[in-house]
Design a protein around this ligand. Structure first.
Ligand code: RBF
Length: 161
């Protein structure tokens, strides 16, 4: 069982995000969890220099819609990275697997189709408790980690230009 707080990263190794523009697309299913992921991502982007004016947040109904929501952002705004936040919790039917498969494939495809990073910030947990532990609970906040990844990948992309 994992016990590490992976959000406890070396802040000195994160580049400045002051000149970068971010999109965040967040799923409303399991809203208590995804709002904490969003809060963590926003705070972390701003901690590293991003401003409110340079962060666009859009909501979609569920994690399955994250892919198209992120594509809308990529098409209609000039962004350096797009963070996708959601939480899929296993139920009694195989639905969980189909949603996870769909969103994982969708976000992977966006990464390859567009020349900007799309960050996978989707929790896929066995229960609600596991999700809360990873959304500001004892195991950190995956929203923070998604934000750090977005900054690092956006800077990497700029270095290559
Ligand atoms: N969306 C989530 O983001 N997390 C979930 O745990 C989740 N569970 C679902 C379970 C069922 C049985 C259904 C029908 C939908 C679920 N969704 C969930 C919503 C899904 O991502 C999507 O919004 C809908 O399937 C409509 O395309």
């Amino acid at each position: 069982m994992s016990t590490a707080d992976l959000s406890d990263y070396d802040q000195g190794s994160v580049p400045d995000a002051g000149k970068l523009r971010f999109g965040i697309v967040v799923a409303d299913w399991n809203h208590d969890v995804t709002s904490s992921l969003l809060n963590g991502a926003m705070l972390t982007l701003k901690k590293h220099g991003a401003t409110n004016n340079n962060i666009v947040v859009k909501h979609v109904p569920g994690s399955f819609e994250l892919t198209l929501g992120a594509q809308f952002l990529a098409e209609y705004d000039d962004l350096d990275a797009i963070i996708c936040l959601g939480c899929v919790i296993q139920g009694e039917t195989p639905h969980f697997s189909y949603i996870c498969q769909g969103v994982t494939y969708g976000i992977t495809k966006l990464n390859l189709d567009y020349n900007i990073p799309f960050i996978f910030g989707v929790l896929t947990t066995l229960n609600h408790e596991q999700a809360l532990e990873r959304a500001g609970g004892t195991l950190g906040n995956k929203g923070d980690e998604a934000a750090v990844t977005a900054i690092k990948m956006a800077v990497l992309q700029r270095e290559m230009e």
